[in-house]
Design a protein around this ligand. Structure first.
Ligand SMILES: Cc1cc2nc3c(=O)[nH]c(=O)nc-3n(C[C@H](O)[C@H](O)[C@H](O)COP(=O)(O)OP(=O)(O)OC[C@H]3O[C@@H](n4cnc5c(N)ncnc54)[C@H](O)[C@@H]3O)c2cc1C
Length: 500
């Protein structure tokens, strides 16, 4: 590691990994790059498909809750960031969202042509494609069966895998390396192009042209540290901040003594795709741990009711958390784990100023988030549709948060409007979850934006942002491709503004 670089990139996830790979292509311009990540370097040899071990990959072991405890946010703290634990569900940003971002926030560069040209390249690099139906696990086949019986159109998801062994444990690390994460694709390419990389390197605060960080001990059985533990301060012509929605705003808030930023715009307009994962119990055992966990989705209620339904497969610990109730009744339900089919409800939330990241007195991120009544209405409708789908797929009973009855049976179908209501759905009893936080350092030409439309932090001469924080509003679909698209755009601006 040198004491000064042309570019220091913070975070190796969807945004930082993409920026590192793209910028490293220009080594013939003599641009030196350092990549930093606070996570340990876990490679596929480390992953053992055991939930209790693998939650170490997650920020706060996956237990990060909003201040009012109504929503838990999952984000990874490992090399590859959340792409090391994502499922690889690959959506381009909808044209309607790009139009909104152009018209309302001044992101004029984001035409369909620009997005498609860059995403064609990115999708080819990470092998985005539709999987054959022979890969569907039983949950996917049952989801399709139920939707067909109800006359609800399903669509096939696109996934980014290569050499996938269909082991089904994508969210706790891919043991075959088949999932095309930044851990497997962009970071190795950037290393091959000669960048320096320090992991276990937690950035504490930034100054203009300076990154301050601490190198911590490596987690057991991960790649050993290449530099000694301790505090470092590295100079950089350009700093690229891509520490994700929870941490990028927090790093800037810890830096306010040293930077002259637009404070009121920092951390604001966070959206979460608030989600509930629900289960229905089939009469016989089903095998969801082989085959691919997600191949179908339903967008038929997106415009009208504000949600998507996707197939999902979660492990016993997280399923126990998702199922409502406690004690002996809860244990009885969990004994049917190997008969459970599963649906993920993803709602579209509005970008609201009061939903934000702030920091506690130690500088750690705090999420202030209130569930909007429109999201609650979407959830109530989605829960009812999920129950209908479970029974149309042959389930014996369903385990539904927000229902006044602990378990629902086919005989309850006629009474769903009374059983699942706005009132009965309590986030104190059944917290929402989010794996798709977005916003917090909004890219916008107007005063609500913390970042300008070239990706530069307003008020700074040297700091750019290249992660999910940039989203002006929710992108509505699973977000990683949009993160990569924006990171690629910001990287292009960095080159043309600084290294021509
Ligand atoms: C379980 C799960 C499943 C998902 N599935 C999908 C999916 O199928 N499809 C999809 O589109 N999206 C999915 N997502 C969401 C997607 O992974 C994220 O939207 C995307 O990775 C966000 O990119 P990012 O660069 O903003 O942050 P991340 O990818 O999270 O990267 C942030 C990086 O910054 C590092 N960091 C944090 N703080 C510091 C610090 N102080 N100093 C140095 N480094 C720091 C972290 O260790 C991390 O590596 C999923 C997410 C999760 C958690």
């Amino acid at each position: 590691m040198k004491s000064a670089y042309d570019i220091v990139i913070i975070g190796s996830g969807a945004g930082g990994g993409t920026a590192a790979e793209y910028l490293s292509r220009f080594k013939d311009k003599g641009v030196s790059i350092l990549l930093l990540d606070s996570g340990s370097y876990r490679t596929k040899e480390f992953f053992n498909q055991k939930e209790k071990d693998m939650t170490s990959m997650y920020y706060k072991r996956g237990g990060f809750l909003s201040k009012n405890l109504s929503v838990g946010v999952a984000a990874a703290n490992t090399v590859g960031g959340s792409t090391a634990v994502y499922t690889g569900v690959s959506f381009r940003p909808p044209s309607s969202v790009l139009k909104e971002w152009r018209d309302d926030f001044g992101l004029s560069f984001l035409t369909d042509d620009y997005a498609n040209s860059r995403l064609n390249e990115i999708e080819e690099q990470i092998n985005v494609h539709e999987l054959p139906e022979s890969w569907d696990n039983e949950n996917n086949s049952l989801f399709k069966k139920g939707a067909d019986a109800l006359g609800i159109p399903t669509k096939r998801l696109k996934i980014n895998v290569k050499g996938c062994q269909q082991q089904g444990f994508c969210n706790i690390g891919c043991t075959s390396g088949g999932k095309q994460s930044t851990l497997e694709v962009q970071v190795p390419k950037a290393l091959n192009n000669g960048i320096d990389f320090i992991y276990n390197a937690e950035v504490s605060y930034l100054e203009e042209n300076k990154v301050n960080f601490k190198v911590k001990p490596a987690v057991l059985n991960t790649e050993p540290n290449k530099v000694s533990e301790g505090d470092y301060s590295i100079s950089a012509k350009v700093i690229v901040l891509a520490a994700g929605v929870l941490n990028s705003p927090a790093i800037l808030m810890r830096s306010l003594k040293h930077l002259n930023l637009q404070k009121d715009a920092l951390g604001r307009y966070v959206t979460l795709h608030p989600a509930l994962n629900v289960n229905g119990v089939q009469p016989e055992k089903i095998k969801n741990y082989r085959g691919f966990p997600k191949t179908y989705y339903i967008d038929a209620f997106s415009e009208s009711n504000g949600y998507y339904l996707e197939t999902s497969f979660y492990y016993p610990g997280i399923t126990a958390k998702n199922n409502p109730g406690f004690g002996a009744d809860h244990q009885k339900v969990m004994k049917d784990y190997n008969k459970m089919m599963s649906i993920l409800i993803l709602t579209h939330d509005k970008a609201e100023k009061h939903n934000r990241i702030t920091v506690d007195k130690n500088g750690n991120p705090v999420l202030e988030y209130t569930v909007n009544p429109a999201v609650k209405a979407s959830l109530v409708d989605a829960l009812k549709k999920s129950v209908q789908l479970f029974f149309a797929a042959g389930c014996e009973y369903a385990v539904i948060p927000g229902s006044t009855k602990a378990l629902l049976y086919p005989s309850d179908l006629d009474n769903l409007d009374e059983l699942i209501t706005d009132k009965s759905l309590s986030f104190a009893k059944s917290p929402l979850s989010s794996a798709h936080p977005q916003g917090g350092l909004r890219m916008s030409a107007d005063e609500t934006g913390a970042v300008d439309i070239n990706g530069k932090l307003k008020g700074s001469k040297s700091i750019y942002v290249a992660d999910a924080c940039l989203f002006p509003t929710s992108v509505h679909v699973n977000p990683y491709e949009t993160v990569m698209l924006l990171a690629r755009y910001v990287s292009e601006q960095i080159l043309s503004e600084n290294f021509n």
